[in-house]
Design a protein around this ligand. Structure first.
Ligand code: URA
Length: 264
């Protein structure tokens, strides 16, 4: 029997599969709602399906997906334990960037997925997902690998895995950032184990299965600012939303064509 959250997520998926809210539905083979368990503690959000994803119906199954899978495995995570989705659920023709109106039309689906899953950490893959999930926070060059809290959610922006296929040096940056993600997850786990450290789910659809640990206690208070960067650890540079990271080169352009990536 499915939990309430799994049922709710399945309903969202059904709506996505038949959605005609924006012109992207006209050229898709199929919509790509997302994959992974409703109980996932980690969610990864990319830009939009590419050619392979459009054909297969699952996110991140092309070359960028291989990179993502390896990155997750590098810190001991199994891809199947992560909920993976995209900002837009249908492939932009020719793998062009999704347009604002398309992202807006699709946005309630992503909101619903996040609300149902209520992950401890949301990995933001690339600048389009960053702009959608943390508007006004700053660029990927300054924020990658950093913990960002907005509302009651914890986000970690990362370069898009496909970017590492175009610029090899970024793979090292992604690997380093994933090690930081491992640290953030360990912190979340430790917090959850503290007496009184677990918070009860507030969304009825998100009720977790018996025995499931409660989610990260990040409920906002009235006084909490909308966006705050978690203070850096010893030796880490202080970054503020919107400020460029002086230690980083200018962010590379996002890959122009995911079709090509899917050929690898
Ligand atoms: N595949 C996806 O599902 N999303 C991306 O952003 C890139 C490739």
């Amino acid at each position: 029997m499915q939990s309430g959250a799994a049922d709710a997520l399945a309903v969202v998926h059904e709506h996505i599969l038949v959605c005609t809210d924006c012109p992207l539905h006209l050229k898709r083979i199929q919509a790509v709602p997302g994959t992974g368990p409703a109980t996932a503690r980690i969610m990864a959000v990319g830009e939009g399906p590419g050619e392979t994803e459009d054909r297969v119906g699952r996110p991140f199954v092309g070359a960028a997906g291989n990179v993502l899978t390896k990155l997750l495995e590098s810190i001991g995570l199994r891809r199947d334990d992560i909920y993976i989705t995209n900002v837009v659920k249908c492939r932009p023709p020719g793998n062009r960037d999704p347009e604002l109106t398309e992202m807006e039309a699709c946005s309630h689906f992503l909101d619903a997925q996040i609300e149902i899953i209520r992950p401890d950490v949301i990995l933001i893959l690339g600048r389009h997902a960053l702009a959608r999930l943390l508007p006004g926070a700053g660029g990927i060059g300054g924020l990658h690998g950093r913990k960002v809290v907005r509302g009651n959610r914890l986000y970690v922006p990362l370069y898009h895995p496909a970017a590492a296929l175009y610029q090899g040096s970024l793979m090292r940056t992604l690997e380093d950032d994933m090690l930081k993600v491992r640290g953030y997850l360990n912190e979340a786990e430790a917090r959850r184990r503290q007496p009184g450290g677990a918070a009860a789910p507030s969304h009825p659809a998100a009720a977790r299965a018996p025995g499931e640990p409660a989610p990260l206690p990040t409920a906002p208070t009235q006084a909490e600012p909308l966006l705050r960067l978690v203070p850096p650890g010893p030796g880490e540079p202080v970054l503020r939303p919107g400020s460029p990271d002086p230690s980083e080169p200018a962010p590379p352009p996002e890959p122009p064509d995911r079709d090509q990536l899917s050929l690898f």
